[in-house]
Design a protein around this ligand. Structure first.
Ligand SMILES: Cc1cc2nc3c(=O)[nH]c(=O)nc-3n(C[C@H](O)[C@H](O)[C@H](O)COP(=O)(O)O)c2cc1C
Length: 264
């Protein structure tokens, strides 16, 4: 098992960096408070310091707030409706599959960890009288965060170089998450918007040669005025203090990390 405690003699600066990494968490309920442009600029600047293959910095960003973000939400409404029409046909198809199971490329052990995590989130939300499904459906809307950064990559071939570019984008995203956290902002990496695929290109007039690889929700952690669920609204009306609803990070339980040391 990997040691979770820092060793003695660690410098104060190093301890701060490690603490920022370990205390970052995915925020899914945001305050309806605008994120200043200067904050976003600090985040993008941090992204540019991420490692990338031969420093090619293969990322571009579109940052949304206010009305353009609202219009994006409206398009998402539409895209989800269109998908639901197809879904009913898909359910029919599913019945024809041998075991009718949801197809995934993830190995069983990883699926088990995901399920466990969702259970934990669910338990946390239940404390506020909120159902997981009410929060999770907001994932497609980047959890209604007041600012959303879309991360765009050249649509590289899925070969070795393409993989490297992808890894660089992930490093840039992580920089954004870590700096947001250090600045007191909540953030959430959103892969679920990938389901909208090329519709995102059309909406934002992104060249066919590029693709959106993730969204990042940014905002102050808290409850969203944009109505997470009626339950929250009711509770707020009952004057339960706002801090009671601030989501917190789900403590990370140690997993049996597969790591081999040689020569130690
Ligand atoms: C590639 C990737 C895609 C993700 N997509 C989503 C998403 O679509 N919606 C969401 O709410 N969280 C998403 N997350 C956040 C993860 O659920 C979260 O990082 C994980 O559960 C660990 O929790 P933590 O970030 O609080 O430590 C994503 C994370 C990664 C790395």
């Amino acid at each position: 098992m990997i040691q979770r405690k820092a060793f003695d003699g660690i410098s104060e600066d190093a301890a701060k960096v490690i603490s920022n990494i370990k205390s970052r968490w995915s925020c899914r309920i945001f305050k309806d408070e605008p994120v200043p442009k200067q904050v976003i600029e600090v985040l993008i600047d941090a992204a540019n310091y991420a490692p990338s293959p031969k420093n090619c910095q293969p990322w571009e960003f579109i940052v949304l707030s206010g009305e353009p973000l609202h219009q994006f939400h409206e398009s998402i409404d539409q895209w989800i409706k269109e998908k639901e029409d197809i879904k009913s046909q898909k359910d029919e198809l599913k019945k024809l599959l041998p075991d009718g199971e949801y197809y995934t490329t993830l190995p069983r052990e990883l699926l088990k960890r995901q399920k466990h995590f969702l259970q934990k989130v669910s338990e946390q939300l239940e404390k506020f009288g909120v159902k997981l499904k009410d929060v999770y459906k907001n994932t497609f809307y980047c959890h209604y965060a007041p600012a959303v950064i879309l991360v765009i990559s050249d649509s590289v071939k899925r070969d070795r170089h393409g993989l490297e570019v992808h890894q660089a984008l992930a490093a840039a995203i992580q920089n954004i998450l870590l700096v947001s956290h250090a600045l007191g902002y909540g953030s959430c990496w959103i892969g679920d918007i990938l389901r909208f695929g090329k519709k995102l290109n059309t909406h934002f007039a992104i060249s066919e040669m590029k693709e959106v690889v993730a969204g990042i929700a940014i905002g102050r952690p808290g409850i969203s005025v944009t109505d997470v669920s009626d339950k929250i609204k009711e509770a707020v009306d009952d004057n339960i203090s706002e801090t009671d609803f601030t989501m917190e990070r789900i403590p990370k339980e140690p997993v049996d990390t597969k790591v081999k040391f040689f020569g130690f």
